[in-house]
Design a protein around this ligand. Structure first.
Ligand code: NDP
Ligand code: MG
Length: 381
């Protein structure tokens, strides 16, 4: 199939980024015009030599200096800092920007990309959690699409193809794998170490999203992401251990449409890049017989109470979702460094939510101010 698509990949060295490049390797029509990472000069150099983008950028200044020397024999421009990330997001030649950086760092480049009329293939859920009201309004104003990469949201998006009236949606059913600690009590999780929490049963992802999956914070962020993507806040979370039903939409007539597939992020990434078309994909057929049965359970919001905090934050709106997200970012960072206990992650989120007053319709500046304030509370724990 003839297919051409020029893209920019923010976070090309990460889990989503490298899988995006795998798809570009398969479909040569996908051309990479810019790629970025935080500090991984080794891998970004290799990727740059293979895909020959116009611009590469590393946020870390000294890593960027090193990369500039390494790529001196090429015509590839090397940029740095937050400006470099924005430069990659607005590069003239790209039509779509894949946002695969981690955390609130995705917000500013995504806003810049929308203002430059790029479609967004959105993996960075934190962008919608923190700035959903700004980003969705800008996407409408500039007439660009926000195409979900997160597997659950891609499943909902796929299930909604053919739905002409969003009033026909009764509720969204987000599935959750339950993570490595499904069935455990809070007491049993007291001494969890980073290496315990980094073992996800079904998905191989970056460290932050893996820890978030184990605490169900990831599901909480996804609830807020779904609200912004689909304009519906009637959202039910179900634990589905096999990660085969990637999510579902229940309509007013009680019909339910789901998207199923093997747990493989390449499909949602590829669909966001080829939408509304579908292209063949190797090695990810769903083997129904291998699974045999599919199970569904209520989430345990006593052990994993960050999920309830996320629903509360979504209902409050304003700055609360940012506080939820930023407290979690700081808490996960501390947990991975051995400075906070596993159960301390949910406690930290609760503490920041209690301490920070809400602001309705926050500006980007107020969002970053709340980000700083939330981190300060957590670092002080
Ligand atoms: P990874 O940690 O694997 O990769 C993150 C990428 O972003 C790397 O390229 C990293 O560079 C770069 N990066 C990290 N911090 C910053 C920063 N502060 N500023 C700029 N760039 C930065 O993450 P994932 O690929 O797992 O996740 C990316 C996003 O996609 C997250 O928002 C996650 O929630 C979402 N997502 C991920 C899924 C998955 O399967 N992995 C599934 C669904 C959603 P470097 O390598 O130099 O550190
Ligand atoms: Mg997901």
């Amino acid at each position: 199939m003839d297919f051409e698509h020029k893209i920019s990949v923010l976070g090309s060295t990460g889990s989503i980024g490298t899988q995006t490049l795998e798809i570009a390797r398969e479909y040569k029509g996908i051309q990479i015009k810019a790629m970025t990472a935080y500090s991984n000069a080794d891998l970004l150099e290799k990727q740059a030599r293979e895909f020959l983008p116009k611009v590469v950028s590393l946020t870390d200044e000294s890593a960027a200096k090193d990369l500039k020397i390494r790529l001196a024999d090429t015509n590839i421009k090397v940029s740095s800092g937050k400006e470099g990330l924005v430069e990659a997001a607005v590069i003239d030649d790209a039509k779509t920007v894949v946002t695969a950086v981690v955390g609130i760092s995705g917000l500013e480049p995504t806003i810049a990309a929308i203002k430059a009329k790029k479609n967004i293939a959105l993996a960075n859920k934190e962008t919608l959690v923190t700035g959903g009201h700004i980003v969705t309004a800008l996407a409408d104003e500039y007439g660009v699409n926000i195409l979900p990469v997160d597997s659950e949201h891609s499943a909902i998006f796929q299930s909604l193809q053919g739905c002409k009236d969003t009033n026909e949606i009764k509720r969204i059913i987000l599935t959750a794998s339950g993570g490595p600690f499904f069935g455990k009590t809070r007491k049993e999780l007291k001494n969890v170490t980073p290496s315990d929490a980094l073992k996800h049963p079904n998905w191989n992802m970056g460290a932050k999203v893996t820890i978030d999956s184990s605490t169900l914070v990831n599901k909480g962020l996804e609830v807020m992401e779904a609200k912004w993507l689909f304009g519906c806040d009637n959202i039910k979370v179900l634990v589905h251990r096999q990660s085969v039903v990637h999510s579902m939409v229940e309509f007013v007539d009680n019909g339910v449409i789901a998207q199923l597939g093997a747990p493989d992020m390449r499909l949602p990434i590829q669909y966001a890049l080829t939408y509304p078309n579908r292209l063949p994909m190797k090695n990810n057929e769903l083997d129904f017989i291998k699974y045999g049965s599919l199970t569904f359970d209520e989430p345990d919001t006593d052990t994993f109470y960050a999920l309830s905090l996320a629903f509360d934050a979504m209902k409050c709106g304003g700055i609360k979702p940012t506080v939820f997200n930023s407290a979690d970012e700081a808490a996960v960072e501390m947990f991975l460094k051995g400075k906070l206990s596993y159960l301390g992650i949910s406690e930290a989120i609760g503490k920041a939510l209690d301490k920070i007053e809400n602001i309705e319709n926050p500006t980007v500046e107020q969002i970053f101010e709340a980000d700083r304030a939330s981190r300060e509370i957590v670092y002080g724990m």
